[in-house]
Each structure stands twice: as structure tokens, then as C-alpha cells.
Design a binder for this molecule. Structure first.
Ligand code: MG
Length: 206
């Protein structure tokens, strides 16, 4: 929060009591104005998800990522249609074909695009176009400890596309050094500043 962040994303799914204690502690620590996003990493059944999301939403949750198993699209749709909190897919969508299946049923409110998961910008643009058509906003995510090449590509995509309304691009913050010179650095700030140089702004190896 000291660095100006106004959103936190945290993992849940390790047990009802533990999850409640975790989210309560975070809400008490950050105050009412910070958004809390939670990622269940497929931990719950659809029915469990609805119960626990309702309880956790007493602490004001902005959205829930991947509440049910990746292949349980019916369950995902059930949770989305019955939850007051926004529901986002992660593991349920690797490519445009998956996105189409989710969009056709309106099984999600938001879709998490990761370049490392879908293969690159071309597939990401296809996923985003499907979502935009269906009225589903996208978030950009990343894999832990991605270098600045992946993060710079994702941030560039996010800056260029209107339907991408959220970003979870924090991988470089936890790295002490990066192998490539240029692009986005390791500085932990709310705003990712894109380089002025052509392309993704890489000059070479460090
Ligand atoms: Mg996730």
C-alpha cells in the first residue's frame, strides 16, 4: 500500500476457517478502500464456492478467480449466475476455443489472459475479441517469476486493447535482477511504464 497499490490479489482455498481468517486479516490491515481479489485455484465445488464466496464477501471482495475445477464449465456457469461477486476464469481458458466455450454459456464475468498460457499475443487478441463480443472483460495475468520480456509484452497488449480492464503483472517485482536490458524493470510500483524505445524496448542481455 505504501507503493500506491489499490488492489490486492491473494490465494484462498485452503479451508473455510483459514480463508475467512486470511481475508478478514487483509481487510483489517488495508482498510475499506483497497480492492481484494481472491484466487481459489480450482479448490471448490460449485455449491461450496457459493457458500464461501458469500461469507468472504462480508469483507468486500471484488472478484473470485477460478473457484471450481478447470473442466467444470457447468459449475463455473452456476457460480457466475448465482454469485453477487464477479467470477473470473484462469485455468478454464488456455486458448480462443476455450474462450468461445465460456463466452457461449456466459460462464464467467471476467477472463484472465496470460501470454505464457495461451502462447502469445496473437492468441490473446483472439481470446479478447471473443470476450469483448460477449460483453466479458479481460484481465492480464502472468506466471510467477516471468522475466521482463513477458511482462513488457503483456503490459503493451493491455495498453493497446480497451477490453483489457485489469492487470495482474507483478512477476518482475519479486526478482532481484533481470537478464535483459530494457523493457519494464523490477521496480515495485502501481503503474507499469512502457519503454520509449521501438518494439518492447529491449537493448540486449545484461
Ligand atoms: Mg490463477
Amino acid at each position: 500500500m505504501r507503493n500506491g497499490f489499490d488492489t490486492i490479489k491473494t490465494k484462498v482455498g485452503t479451508g473455510f476457517k483459514e480463508d475467512v481468517a486470511r481475508i478478514r486479516a487483509i481487510r483489517e490491515a488495508v482498510g475499506p478502500d483497497v480492492k481484494i481479489r481472491i484466487d481459489a485455484n480450482q479448490a471448490w465445488s460449485a455449491k461450496e464456492a457459493l457458500q464461501i464466496i458469500e461469507r468472504l464477501n462480508e469483507f468486500d471482495i471484488e472478484l473470485v478467480e477460478q473457484p471450481v475445477k478447470a473442466a467444470d464449465i457447468e459449475g463455473l456457469e452456476y457460480v457466475t449466475k448465482n454469485s453477487k461477486v464477479l467470477i473470473m476464469s484462469d485455468e478454464s481458458c488456455f486458448n480462443a476455443k476455450d474462450a468461445l466455450r465460456l463466452a457461449e454459456r456466459r460462464a464467467i464475468d471476467v477472463l484472465n489472459i496470460k501470454l505464457m498460457k495461451c502462447g502469445g499475443i496473437r492468441e490473446a487478441l483472439k481470446i479478447n475479441a471473443i470476450c469483448e463480443t460477449a460483453g466479458i472483460e479481460c484481465m492480464l495475468g502472468c506466471m510467477a517469476e516471468e522475466t521482463n520480456i513477458g511482462i513488457t509484452a503483456a503490459a503493451s497488449l493491455g495498453a493497446a486493447v480497451r477490453n483489457i480492464t485489469r492487470a495482474d503483472l507483478d512477476a518482475t517485482f519479486s526478482l532481484s535482477e533481470l537478464p535483459f536490458e530494457g523493457g519494464i524493470g523490477t521496480e515495485c510500483t502501481k503503474t507499469l511504464v512502457l519503454p520509449e524505445e521501438p518494439g518492447f524496448g529491449f537493448i540486449g542481455l545484461k
